[in-house]
Design a protein around this ligand. Structure first.
Ligand code: CP
Length: 317
């Protein structure tokens, strides 16, 4: 498979699908080592002499910034290509852009693209010493987001097999949800539920190994972890939502609907959050909502992924 080298070590990180439990645990355990006892993220020289190229063809606050911080914590040089002022606007293809950056001796590429499969395409064409990390491709996958979500759940709630997890909202357009579902299945979560209106769930969602609920109040009963999602309005081709405030009334996580989940249910959200659209503002800021801790954990998890890929590349020489 494209993600692995001849020694079956991870070469690129394109999707969670196809990884084994030991791959995920290795990344989560490695991420833990980047925290000092007082919770600060440490500086290391693991990527000294390497250059990481950040190529974001779609908007980002968290992923782009935490990849940059993670690369700097590993002592790599970082190149943030400003796509709007790059030669993409003159018609240069993604492949040619990457080839030119390879010629500038970038070894790791972090790529976000609106087209599903864009990072797979790039990974098929790069030099053997180069690794690609998918930072989100279309509606397909966002593997480092799922990994940082798993890290956060494990840190706050421990073993996955004891946890019932609900993913709520716009599953249909969510690369995050797809990656989370793969990760939760691989890690053996107790029960995985998806909750949303029919128009925002993929057909045959059950085939992903989840239980489907259209009623939030039913779906939240007995749940230990609630993973909220933003409505991806930019990916909706037609009206898929109840009108006005009806979506919030039916699917919003509020103090009233939260009461139906298990006591102290953990609340996570990949961000950006839309207060009063999918989540009540006070709930987003409540102690069981660890949304900002996810962001911090994202630095360590991305350090783990980048350092592992570079180590694996060295071992394969
Ligand atoms: N969670 C996430 O991908 O956020 P950004 O779009 O800000 O990177």
């Amino acid at each position: 498979m494209l993600q692995f080298n001849k020694q079956k070590r991870l070469k690129h990180l394109l999707t969670i699908d196809g990884l084994k439990k030991e791959h995920l645990i290795e990344i989560l355990d490695r991420a833990e080592t980047f925290f000092s006892p007082n919770g600060e993220i440490i500086q290391t020289d693991m990527l000294q002499g390497k250059t990481v190229a950040n190529l974001f063809f779609e908007a980002s606050t968290r992923t782009r910034s935490t990849f940059e911080l993670a690369a700097k914590k590993l002592s790599a040089s970082v190149l943030n290509l400003d796509i709007s002022h790059s030669s993409t606007s003159k018609g240069e293809s993604l492949r040619d852009t990457v080839r030119n950056l390879e010629a500038m001796q970038c070894q790791l590429f972090v790529i976000r693209h609106a087209t599903s499969g864009a990072t797979h395409f790039v990974a098929q064409h790069v030099n053997p010493n180069v690794s690609i990390i998918n930072a989100g491709d279309g509606c397909h996958a966002h593997p480092t987001q799922a990994l940082l979500d798993m890290f956060t759940i494990r840190k706050h709630r421990g073993e996955f097999h004891k946890l019932n997890v609900a993913i709520v909202g716009d599953i249909l357009h969510s690369r995050v949800a797809r990656s989370q579902i793969h990760a939760l299945n691989i890690l053996g979560a107790g029960e995985i539920r998806v909750i949303g209106p029919k128009t925002l769930l993929p057909s045959h969602a059950e085939q992903l190994g989840v239980h489907v609920f259209h009623d939030l109040r039913q779906g939240l009963q007995g749940v230990d972890v609630i993973m909220m999602l933003r409505l991806q309005l930019e990916r909706m081709q037609r009206a898929l939502l109840p009108k006005g405030g009806a979506y919030y009334r039916q699917y919003g996580l509020t103090s009233e609907t939260l009461r139906l989940a298990n006591k102290d249910a953990l609340i996570i959200h990949p961000g950006p959050i839309n207060r009063g659209v999918e989540i009540e503002s006070d709930i987003a800021d409540s102690p069981n909502a660890v949304i900002l801790d996810q962001v911090t954990n994202g630095i360590a998890v991305r350090m783990a992924v980048m350092s592992l890929l570079v180590e694996n590349a060295k071992k394969s020489l």
